[in-house]
Design a protein around this ligand. Structure first.
Ligand code: GDP
Ligand code: MG
Length: 446
């Protein structure tokens, strides 16, 4: 989700690493490049300004300039600043002491409110809550219909309303009553959107807010709209007072600037990100993990969690141990791919794997189901010893493996290269992770 930014920042660090010593001049150059990278990623100019100032202040300090590993220091500072801009710590949903908790989802048309209502309902129900959804878009029956369809898909309840409930307030109150009566602790209110922010929309939301006193008003922003998403978040906040935001469509080729700007511009945290059209494609937003992802370290923790959800705790711990000990064989690589395939959206998962960041641009790792099948076939054609120790695999073994898997020697070579690169990344990562278990990620060894 931050691919371009990641690539650009990595180039900056690489250049710095080439420098024997960090001087004010090459630091200045690096800062200039970081600035351009952020602006190109659609980060709000004020955020960029503050970010650069922050990095500069820390980086120009005596300590850094005389440090043995300047690039490492700079990455550390950039990481810290990224986390600061992104919000320092995870911002959880708040719940009312007097349930049901009312949560509004507001935003412009097409931003993903209705889809996100369904995703959030599923997320809540998987995290110990029992949500009730309601659409209060009284002008567009199709919008309410859409939520009913989502309810059927997710198997979670929607409040359809009574004939006498005609206004958004009446519908929302009806849902609150129903939730109270049926013991549901959260009401998710999918509000109407418009193409533009106008007085009518804001008036309606304000009345709804006064009537329901929601605990959360989440602004749903489409990440693909870049700066416009940030601008409308700012406007919504000024007029309605939002309590948080959800950025949707982060799986697309959004440049990610929204994630880096919304908090600064509205003062309200990003709580979740939407990463696909399916109902489980919603993730709590973790600033430190996002920073790691931006720096190209792969979001190992999210990955481990995801694997843990779909597989089981033991396997997840094993994966973590392997990453920590750099004991990740071709066989593990294959099993991982097989498990991944069961988990659904491969691209989003591979993006989290350490080492996959730099590999992303290699065409051969474009996530393609056939490609995965081919990789699994190649590894299956190896002997047990080859899988445990890839160094054994010489030219004649490669030819045999290619024949056995119905692939070419080039394809076998490619796979081995990818695997070696992934291992190398993991090794770098493991030195930082050691002893930390699920604490914050440290920086890759530079
Ligand atoms: N790829 C992707 N598409 C999304 C995501 N969230 C929503 N969408 C799509 O965006 C479109 C508009 O979503 P919808 O919920 O109807 O928006 P609303 O008008 O704000 O209610 C739909 O086609 C959704 O499938 C996301 O996180 N990723
Ligand atoms: Mg809708």
């Amino acid at each position: 989700m931050f691919e371009n930014l990641t690539d650009k920042l990595q180039r900056v660090f690489k250049n710095l690493r080439g420098e024997g010593k960090l001087t004010p001049a090459n630091m200045e150059q690096a800062l200039k490049e970081i600035r351009v990278a952020l602006l190109e990623a659609d980060v709000h100019f004020k955020v960029v300004k503050q970010f650069i100032e922050g990095v500069k202040q820390k980086a120009m300090g005596e300590e850094v300039l005389t440090s043995l590993s300047p690039a490492q220091q700079v990455i550390k500072i950039v990481n810290e600043e990224l986390i600061r801009v992104l919000g320092s710590h995870q911002s959880r949903l708040r719940f009312s002491n007097n349930p049901p908790t009312i949560i509004f989802l507001a935003g412009l048309q097409g931003s993903g409110k209705t889809t996100t209502t369904g995703k959030l309902a599923r997320w809540l129900s998987r995290n110990g809550h029992s949500p009730l959804m309601v659409s209060v878009d009284v002008y567009r029956p199709a919008a309410r219909q859409q939520l009913s369809v989502i309810a059927r898909h997710t198997g979670l309840p929607v409040y359809e309303g009574k004939p006498e409930e005609k206004t958004p307030e009446e519908l929302a109150r009806g849902a609150r009553r129903e939730a109270a009566e049926t013991g549901r602790d959260v009401v998710l209110v999918d509000t109407a959107g418009r193409l533009h922010i106008d007085d009518e929309l804001m008036g309606e939301l304000q009345r709804l807010k006064d009537a329901l006193e929601p605990t959360e008003i989440l602004f749903i922003a489409d990440a693909m709209t870049g700066q416009d998403a940030v601008k409308s978040a700012q406007e919504f906040h000024a007029r309605l007072g939002i309590t948080g935001a959800i950025l949707t469509k982060m799986d697309g080729d959004a440049r990610g600037g929204g994630a880096l700007s919304i908090r600064h511009v509205t003062g309200q945290p990003l709580k979740f990100v939407g990463i696909g059209e399916k109902f489980d494609a919603l993730e709590p937003f973790h600033p430190d993990r996002a920073a790691s992802r931006i720096l190209g370290m792969g979001d190992v923790l999210s990955f481990i969690e995801k694997v843990g959800e779909a597989v089981d705790q033991k396997q997840a711990e094993e994966t973590q141990r392997q990453i920590l000990e750099n004991d990740f064989t071709l066989e593990d690589f294959r099993d991982q791919l097989r498990r991944l395939r069961k988990l659904g959206p491969l691209e989003s998962l591979l993006g989290m794997l350490p080492g996959m960041g730099p590999l992303r641009n290699l065409k051969d790792l474009k996530v393609d189901e056939r490609q995965v099948t081919r990789v699994v076939a190649i590894i299956d054609s190896m002997t047990f010893r080859e899988r445990a120790n890839h160094m054994l695999i010489n030219g004649s073994r490669r030819r045999r493996i290619a024949r056995g898997s119905g692939t070419s020697v080039q394809e076998v070579n490619q796979l081995l290269k990818q695997y070696a690169q992934a291992r190398k990344m993991m090794k770098n990562l493991s030195s930082g992770l050691k002893g930390k278990r699920l604490g914050r990620l440290a920086l890759p060894g530079m």
